[in-house]
Ligand binder design. Structure first.
Ligand code: PLP
Length: 448
């Protein structure tokens, strides 16, 4: 068996330090490697695979589209898959008559969204509006502008001179509230920080506020307190700041609604999606904007100044359509919500474990945060590499979860995301829990 570890072979692996299992197939919630070992994909990759692995009809839909027409430039042509997928996405947006632009990754879509916001203000005769406010912790991607908006110190440090200016306020990450407050007594101080920041920068210079709705891995699925987004929406309206929501991880049903916005009655100006939109069967992301934003551009005789070769890709859009069809046919939104309840009941007893500080989330997006001292919420020092060791032990146990670091003050912090495909069966949820529990047993021996 070849050794898939750098420097053997020609791949610039994402992990240059360790060997990687070679995955040859997947079915439902399971992956299988070339040696026949099975892994329970407890996070659908990076919270991507919503409908499960190995769904033949998605591959067939993509193959049929590729055989008809695989590619045309979106600059001068349109086609059925993009027309139909845009209509489908628009049908679950929280605003009427939305307009949807398809790209390939979440990072690109975030960048396109902040460009769209900026262009909107220029077209409206307010060229001073360019600044973007985001939150910490947060994650919006790894291309330079998306990375600038993110609060990921370990990813940013090396590239600091290349990053654009960004302005950050604390996220509603109540487990680690920077002021040591809790709702409702906090009176949503984290939301009020947005207004403070806008006023400090000068509302005439602020173009957009970019925010996750339910936190992704950056806060381990932290759910905002009641009233948070009502306050944020009102502040954005008061100061003419566009509200851009990053639903790259939460969109396409992951929290039990098509968009996490719907849980909060939130009506943003722009929604960014990715990941689950095609469930990983093709790289596809989307920027969905209120019609009035696009109208402002068209009225001046302009186009949205964004051009990427693979925008509106026919095969990508056909994958998105097939995935959304599959979700509807198998009632996977309801299934996600129900499986989320079962998962929660199975995971809850893990609260008693010595290093499980918190378990939180919505639907099938759950974060388990590990701490050294539960009472004080003290994280393990980063040098101990808790979550890296957890992941190595989990993989040995045939379990894959999605890790995160850096949420506890910028460098420290260890958590894993549990975000299985929506098709997970009750007994597989039991297996998932058992594998997490046995991995914790090993960790407790390593970190007594
Ligand atoms: N936004 C959020 C909330 C994400 O979780 C991610 C990726 O994990 C991104 C943006 C970036 O997406 P991509 O990795 O497809 O560029």
């Amino acid at each position: 068996m070849p050794n898939y570890q750098y420097p053997s072979g020609s791949v610039l692996y994402r992990d240059l330090q360790h060997g990687l299992p070679l995955i040859t197939r997947g079915r439902g919630v399971f992956l299988q490697d070339a040696e026949g070992r099975k892994y329970l994909d407890g996070s659908g990759g990076a919270a991507v695979v919503n409908i499960g692995h190995g769904v033949r009809e998605i591959g067939e839909a993509m193959a049929a589209q590729a055989a008809k027409i695989a590619y045309v430039s979106g600059a001068k042509f349109t086609h059925y898959p993009v027309e139909r997928l845009a209509e489908r996405v628009a049908s679950f947006l929280p605003f009427p008559d939305g307009k949807v632009f398809f790209l390939t990754s979440g990072s690109e879509a975030i960048e396109a969204a902040i460009k769209l916001a900026r262009q909107y203000w220029v077209e409206r005769g307010k060229p001073k509006k360019y600044r973007v406010i985001s939150r910490f912790p947060s994650y919006h991607g790894n291309t330079l502008a998306a990375l600038s908006l993110s609060a990921r110190k370990h990813y940013q440090e090396t590239f600091r001179p290349l990053l654009i200016q960004s302005h950050k306020i604390p996220a509603p990450y109540c487990y680690r509230c920077p002021w040591g407050l809790a709702p409702p007594a906090c009176r949503l101080r984290c939301a009020r920080e947005l207004e403070k920041k806008i006023v400090k920068l000068g509302p005439e210079s602020v173009s957009a506020f970019v925010t996750e709705v339910v936190g992704g891995s950056s806060t381990g699925a932290s759910v905002p307190p009641p009233g948070y987004f009502e306050a944020v929406r009102a502040i954005c309206d008061k100061h003419s700041v566009l509200l851009v929501v990053d639903e790259v991880m939460t969109g396409a049903g992951r929290t039990g609604e098509w968009l996490a916005c719907h849980h909060f009655g939130l009506v943003p100006d722009v929604v960014v999606m990715g990941k689950g939109l095609t469930s990983g069967y093709f790289p596809l992301s989307a920027v969905a904007a209120k019609k009035e934003l696009v109208d402002a551009i068209r009225r001046r005789g302009h186009n949205f100044l964004h051009a990427q070769t693979f925008a509106h890709h026919p095969v990508g859009c056909s994958a998105g359509l097939a995935v959304l069809d599959y979700m509807e046919k198998h009632d996977l939104l309801a299934r996600c919500e129900r499986a989320g309840d079962v998962l929660w009941r199975r995971l809850e007893p893990l609260f008693s474990r010595p290093h499980v500080g918190d378990i939180r989330g919505l639907g099938l997006l759950v974060g388990i945060e590990f701490v050294k001292d539960k009472k004080r919420k003290t994280p393990f020092p980063r040098g101990k590499k808790y979550v890296e060791k957890f992941m190595a032990a989990a993989i040995k146990n045939g379990l894959f979860l999605w890790p995160n670091v850096g949420h506890a003050g910028g460098a420290d912090g260890d958590l894993v995301m549990v975000a299985p495909p929506f098709v997970i069966k009750d007994r597989e949820i039991g297996l998932l829990r058992d594998k997490i529990a046995s991995t914790l047993d090993e960790m407790e021996k390593m970190f007594p």
